[in-house]
Structure formats: structure tokens, C-alpha cells
Design a protein around this ligand. Structure first.
Ligand SMILES: [Zn+2]
Length: 280
């Protein structure tokens, strides 16, 4: 039987994402760096923190009235209205935290919010059900087990993991592997490489730490084989890939999605354009 590997838009073999939590004022400096290197971030916000920041002189968090402008060009995702331990709440309070945050962020930005990050990384089966009921499509954990340090694309999007935290001792080893290895050489891989990094910008409290993350950005950025999506853009592309229709011997592939989808067969990339059928 044939085996196809999922590639990213335009046949790119790798992708990098950044996911940062809590809407800290220092996100503004981080976004300047992302913009300098043409990178995209997903910013996960507990909007009640931003409401509370409104009346403060030097707030720790970005004000609700600022978020639309502050995160322009990047993704805003939900992080629970008051940053609760969701797994410790009764069902109605859990559902309120998820719904109210999404509603507040959407009203403040005029954008649709579909992503989520678990506050403290905590959740249970009810939390996942509540996310589904409220229309959230992905939810990032920060537990880091068992997939930590891998370059795999998430399969279970409501319990998705990352490659590493930015303070990880192996950050530059991982970047080195990510840049120097070619996923097309390993025909058994299911997808190209995804290097996903998470953290909080308040963790960059020394100049050396800002220099360290900028060095990482300079290494992974502006590379022709790498795609730089937000997390929701990655999710949307993977859903389109998963919606491809195959003949039973996999020699005919139809793409009913709005995206051109790239695959590789025996290490060779090819495209199934939106609305088209290919015969191999
Ligand atoms: Zn948080």
C-alpha cells in the first residue's frame, strides 16, 4: 500500500509555531521580535485579567481595550475567563469560564476565537466536553508528556502538546535538528516537522533571556522550507488535509477543501489543488 506524508502549504516540509500565555505587557516586546523575523504567534488570554488591568496605572496585563491593536497580525486564543483550575470547578462554572472568555475576546477583537490553552495545564474529560460544546477546536496542554521534544503534528487537538518550553536546556539542540534534518528522507514519517514553542513573556526577565529567544527566532526564521502559521492556521490546514478523499488503492485523491494540499510520496512532493482530483 502507498504511504503519503503530509507536507505544509507550498510543499514546505517544516513549520514553526509560538504559543504564549496570559497577555503580559512584555508580550508587546515579544511581538516586535516576531514581526522583525516574520514569525507568527498565538496569544492565550484570560480576558478578566485584561478587564482588571483597565483601571490600573502600570498593569501587569495588557488592557482589554488594547488587545485588538497589540496582537494585530497574530492569533488570539482563549485561556479561561479568570485563569481557573478548570478541573476543580463544577460543570456550570467550567462552562461559564470557557464561554465568557471566548465571548469577551471576540467582542474586544471582532475576530473569531477557536483556540484554547488550559490554565495551569489542568483539565479532565468534562473540560474537553465543555470546550467542544463551546466550539473550541484545539486546546494546548503544558504537561509535556509523553510527546515532549518531538516534531510531530498534533493528532488529538484537544490535548495537544508542544515541542518544548523556551527555557528548555535542549532548545538549541532541537533547533539544530529541526533545521538540519530533512523529513522527506524518512519516508515512514506521517507529516513534516512541527517545532512548537510555548512560554510566558514575563519569564524573559533578564536581557540575556531576550537575546536567547531572539537568537532562536533568527535561526528558525526566513527559511524557504519552513511555514510560519498561527496555531489555528496550522489546525485549519491539517483539517483540510484530513478531509482528502481517497480511492481504496489510494491512487485517486480528491480535495474538496478550500486549501491546496501538499503531500509527498516516496520523498517526492506533489499538490492536490483545492477542488481538484489527482490520479497517481
Ligand atoms: Zn496562564
Amino acid at each position: 500500500m502507498k504511504h503519503y506524508m503530509m507536507l505544509f502549504p507550498e510543499g514546505k516540509t517544516k513549520a514553526v509555531t509560538f504559543s504564549y500565555d496570559d497577555a503580559i505587557q512584555s508580550d508587546k516586546r515579544f511581538i516586535e521580535l516576531l514581526n522583525k523575523y516574520d514569525l507568527k504567534g498565538s496569544f492565550n488570554i484570560s480576558s478578566n485579567m485584561c478587564i482588571e488591568a483597565e483601571g490600573q496605572e502600570n498593569p501587569r496585563n495588557i488592557k482589554l481595550s488594547e488587545i485588538k491593536e497589540a496582537y494585530k497580525g497574530h492569533e488570539i486564543a482563549s485561556h479561561g475567563f479568570t485563569h481557573p483550575h478548570l478541573d476543580r470547578l463544577p460543570l456550570e462554572a467550567m462552562s461559564y469560564e470557557i464561554y465568557q472568555d471566548r465571548l469577551t475576546l471576540e467582542k474586544a477583537t471582532g475576530q473569531i476565537v477557536k483556540g484554547f490553552v488550559y490554565p495551569y495545564g489542568n483539565y479532565n474529560a468534562d473540560t474537553i466536553a465543555a470546550l467542544r460544546l463551546n466550539g473550541l477546536v484545539y486546546a494546548r496542554t503544558c504537561i509535556g508528556f509523553p510527546k515532549y521534544h518531538e516534531f510531530d503534528v498534533p493528532e488529538n487537538w484537544l490535548e495537544m502538546d508542544t515541542t518544548c518550553h523556551h527555557s528548555d536546556k535542549r532548545l538549541f539542540d532541537l533547533a539544530d535538528t529541526f533545521i538540519n534534518e530533512d523529513p522527506l528522507r524518512n519516508w515512514h514519517r506521517k507529516t513534516g516537522f512541527l517545532f512548537s514553542i510555548w512560554g510566558h513573556t514575563y519569564e524573559f526577565d533578564k536581557e540575556e533571556e531576550w537575546e536567547r529567544i531572539e537568537k532562536l527566532m533568527s535561526i528558525v526564521s526566513n527559511r524557504s522550507e519552513v511555514w510560519y502559521p498561527t496555531t489555528i492556521e496550522l489546525y485549519n490546514y491539517v483539517q483540510a488535509y484530513n478531509s482528502l478523499v481517497y480511492s481504496v488503492d489510494m491512487s485517486v485523491i480528491t480535495n474538496n477543501s478550500a486549501y491546496d494540499i501538499w503531500l509527498a510520496k516516496d520523498g517526492k512532493p506533489f499538490v492536490v489543488e483545492s477542488g481538484k482530483t489527482v490520479r497517481l
